[in-house]
Design a protein around this ligand. Structure first.
Ligand SMILES: Nc1ncnc2c1ncn2[C@@H]1O[C@H](COP(=O)(O)OP(=O)(O)O)[C@@H](O)[C@H]1O
Ligand SMILES: Nc1ccn([C@H]2C[C@H](O)[C@@H](COP(=O)(O)OP(=O)(O)O)O2)c(=O)n1
Ligand SMILES: [Mg+2]
Length: 244
């Protein structure tokens, strides 16, 4: 079911009209023989223990996962996906996938990420929307999103819904810097100059989003110091208490 949906998505006018020219030409000339490859390539974007239920289009349970760069969002999301049957959509991974595609949009994204800035929300939200549509999971973690007020508003406008909960991993800055400098994933933004810019962006643009959701009673703050397993114990208690 969802493979048909993805096939349609790759051919859909919306996809081709919203894609940049380079991205568009790639999709227009996608040969039938290449389509399964493209579907598999796109499907690898997310890790889903929930698996797609192949047809239920009710609104999924959505958890936004926030925290500074290096606070452990990706590490904890992997554990949550595995233990609680969530699809893990990492906004950063989705953007890096677009970079890897060689599209014009990807080139723009790369320049922005190198400078530690935030990608225009229409780009990020459209990519997240497509990943959600392809996945069709009942439970979704959106990792590293929203990064700013514009992200939040664009999600509500384009996806048409709000998160059920927001997880905020609270980690001291020096610990985040230490973790990022030790991440060794070859990322263009894990150098001290860019890290400093990203931390400023986090304080100035991301924290106000946490405050917004706090005012609506949606934030669950987790102390993100200690080992990954120790932190996950608190995460496990939280998710076990949810009526999923
Ligand atoms: N509790 C922890 N203690 C020490 N290192 C951690 C911890 N959690 C994650 N890390 C490591 O820190 C780095 C950043 O973690 P990651 O999950 O990518 O954070 P984020 O997605 O918030 O940037 C990774 O190298 C990861 O292995
Ligand atoms: N909602 C988002 C998420 C990430 N980005 C950009 C800006 C971020 O510094 C980079 C990397 O994001 P990612 O979530 O992978 O970064 P960390 O895992 O927190 O280190 O991507 C964005 O512009 N908008
Ligand atoms: Mg991450």
């Amino acid at each position: 079911m969802w493979r048909r949906r993805v096939g349609a998505l790759l051919r859909s006018p919306r996809t081709s009209s919203s894609a940049s020219s380079a991205c568009q030409s790639r999709r227009h000339h996608l040969l039938p023989s290449e389509e399964p490859l493209a579907l598999n390539r796109l499907a690898r974007l997310f890790t889903s223990q929930a698996g797609s239920d192949g047809g239920d289009t009710q609104k999924p349970f959505i958890a936004f996962v926030l925290g500074g760069p290096g606070s452990g969002k990706g590490t904890q999301c992997t554990k949550i996906a595995s233990d609680f049957g969530f699809a893990h959509l990492s906004a950063g991974d989705i953007l890096r996938h677009e970079i890897a595609s060689g599209s014009e949009k990807g080139e723009l994204i790369l320049e922005i990420i190198k400078e530690g800035r935030i990608v225009p929300s229409e780009i990020t939200v459209e990519l997240i929307r497509k990943a959600m549509e392809m996945n069709n999971a009942k439970r979704v973690l959106i990792d590293g999103f929203p990064r700013c007020e514009e992200n939040r508003i664009a999600f509500e406008r384009i996806v048409g819904t709000e998160p059920d909960i927001v997880i905020f991993f609270d980690c001291p800055e020096d610990e985040m810097v230490k973790r990022l400098l030790g991440r060794n994933q070859g990322r263009v933004d894990d150098n001290i100059e860019t890290i400093k810019k990203r931390l400023k962006v986090f304080e100035s643009l991301n924290i106000p989003v946490v405050d917004y959701y706090s005012s609506r009673g949606k934030v669950h703050k987790i102390n993100a110091t200690g080992t990954a397993d120790e932190i996950f114990e608190a995460v496990r208690r939280l998710f076990s208490s949810l009526r999923l």
